[in-house]
Design a binder for this molecule. Structure first.
Ligand code: F6P
Length: 547
């Protein structure tokens, strides 16, 4: 049986038919306690979902759906190390990476000794760098660290380094290079001194083209400047599950920090993939981030579904996607330091749940992951919010903000927060035609004024009823951010469990990689073209004329 044929799904569908037209205005007018009853707090995170188009009854039905999908059993299976990533035959144990003791997940399958030993090695290495004791080949201390990786080997540490830049090491600079486009690496290399630069090559597989090409260029640059193969050992470390391949880059086994097949790339921030982050913020702050995530793990495992943040967040997403019919979800941080959060969540959500077959390989009969997108909220207001307000599309939004700023310039923070709150309120409640008329300074007197008013009123009406949640953090500190990211991870897990899909593989990224390998030789050899489609052939012909 698929989830759509369950009684709980049927009950939600029937309920939705009568409930869907209800406007958020009515819901707020009918319940003065709504902000209290439809919000949850966890440590320093306040999650307000009162502006979602639902009531306590809706949530009861959604919780029944989670029960019918046997969510508790799925959670148990992940935390006990069952091979829930069935298409790859792997356990899913990123939660082990934020634990501080073992055995875990079981005494007969305990990953904690290697997790803790790797964390200890990372901390030792990070401290040496931070104290200036880590010297380059010529004896000068390392000043710049370049993380070379892509996807999960880039987005997590980059997002967190930005989020925590206020507490980052004052003189060590951390850079991120992911793109094959030389326009990212080449200008960076121009600013770097090879004698004081460390490259951290991060790739779970070490077979990712982008990372291999960037790492090779970095290696060539270093050797061209330092003119000794022996210099590689002082300027390159790797993070990978593939120690043998690291040797092909000239990186010795003792300069490789391991990760394991039970960590998905997009869930690997907490592992040695976070090495650049640990170098930036220090091992203690890194541990605080892990503790924040660990607390969210405990909450996820133990809180009743009705008060369980990841479960509620996931169920709201399912309600919006599968019952109200939303196809996208906007992530709108009102905090410059969270500028990479939308990209991070895009990979986390869409690579995990962008699937159209279930765990058994059967076609899904309902929508799965919405298109996740977003931008800094305050900038977005002056760009695309017009469509959110008046474009007539249903776009659920996640507003995120930190109450306290790391940069206390007078006048900024309260103005920023008022904009954040104003947008979610305007989206929810809109403005009616009579409110537009009432806002006019004087009533139209002449027939011409009346005609002008009739023309302008519809332009100024806001339909409202655009659902959103607001996640308020007391401040951007490592623990709170750790909890926040673990919250989103578990939300994705819950949705995957309810849809019955495998959130931990990503077969959909393979085809493009294989096709790119077929196309590459055609830049030099036009004979290769013949096996390619005519559109690609024409694109290549244009390139050959202009390369
Ligand atoms: O191609 C997608 C992907 O495999 C992601 O899942 C992963 O995060 C990224 O590429 C990088 O992979 P790797 O760490 O093996 O280089």
């Amino acid at each position: 049986m698929t989830i759509t044929s369950s009684p709980a799904w049927g009950a939600l569908s029937a309920y939705c038919r009568s409930f869907a037209p209800t406007h958020l205005r009515e819901l707020f007018a009918g319940d003065a306690q709504r902000a209290q009853s439809l919000s949850l707090s966890f440590d320093d995170i306040h999650y307000d979902y009162s502006k979602q188009r639902l009531t306590a009854d809706t949530l009861d039905l959604l919780v029944a759906l989670a029960r019918e999908a046997r969510l508790s059993e799925s959670i148990e299976r992940m935390f006990t190390g069952e091979r829930i990533n069935v298409s790859e035959g792997r356990s899913v144990l990123h939660v082990a990476l934020r634990r501080f003791d073992g055995p875990f997940p079981r005494s007969d399958f305990d990953v904690m000794p290697e997790v803790l030993e790797t964390r200890r090695r990372m901390a030792e290495f990070a401290e040496r760098l931070r104290s200036g004791a880590c010297l380059g080949y010529t004896g000068l201390p390392i000043r710049d660290v370049v993380n070379i990786g892509i996807g999960g080997s880039d987005l997590g540490p980059k997002m967190m380094c930005s989020a925590l830049r206020a507490i980052s090491h004052p003189t060590l600079a951390i850079h991120f290079v992911s793109n094959l486009d030389a326009a990212q690496l080449a200008p960076l290399l121009q600013t770097l001194d090879p004698r004081t630069t460390l490259f951290v090559v991060v790739s779970k597989t070490l077979s990712t083209q982008e990372t291999a090409v960037n790492a090779k260029t970095a290696r060539d640059w270093l050797l061209a400047n330092l003119r000794d193969e022996a210099a590689i050992a002082s300027h390159f470390v790797a993070v990978s599950a593939n120690v043998e391949r690291a040797a092909l880059f000239g990186i010795a086994a003792d300069a490789v920090f391991p990760i394991w097949d039970w960590v998905g790339g997009r869930y690997s921030l907490w592992s040695a993939v976070g090495l650049s982050l640990m170098i930036a913020i220090g091992p203690q702050a890194f541990d605080e981030m892990l503790r924040g995530a660990e607390r969210m793990d405990e909450h996820f495992q133990s809180a009743p579904f009705e008060r369980n943040l990841p479960v509620i967040m996931a169920l709201i997403g399912i309600w919006n996607t599968n019952f109200l019919g939303a196809t996208t979800n906007a992530v709108l941080p009102y905090n410059e330091s969270l500028k990479y959060l939308p990209s991070y969540l895009q990979q986390l959500e869409m690579e995990s749940n962008g699937k159209s077959v279930n765990m058994r390989g059967e076609a899904m009969d309902c929508a799965t992951c919405p298109i996740v997108w977003g931008e800094l909220g305050n900038n977005g207001q002056h760009a695309f919010f017009q469509l959110l307000h008046q474009g007539g599309r249903l776009v659920p939004c996640d507003f995120l903000a930190a109450v306290r700023s790391d940069y206390p310039l007078p006048e900024h923070q309260e103005a920023l927060l008022s904009n954040c709150f104003a947008q979610s309120a305007a989206l929810a409640f809109g403005r009616t035609a009579s409110e537009v008329r009432a806002s006019l300074e004087k009533a139209p007197a002449s027939a011409q004024e009346q005609a002008e008013l009739a023309a302008i009123v519809p332009q100024r009406v806001f339909a409202g009823n655009q659902p959103s949640s607001t996640l308020l953090l007391a401040r951007l500190d490592p623990a709170t951010l750790g909890s926040l990211i673990a919250l989103y991870e578990h939300k994705v897990f819950v949705q995957g469990a309810i849809w019955g899909i495998n959130s931990f593989d990503q077969w959909g990224v393979e085809l493009g990689k294989a096709v790119a390998q077929r196309i590459l030789p055609a830049f030099k050899d036009s004979q290769v073209d013949k096996s390619l489609d005519v559109s690609t052939q024409a694109l290549l012909a244009f390139c050959r004329r202009h390369l």
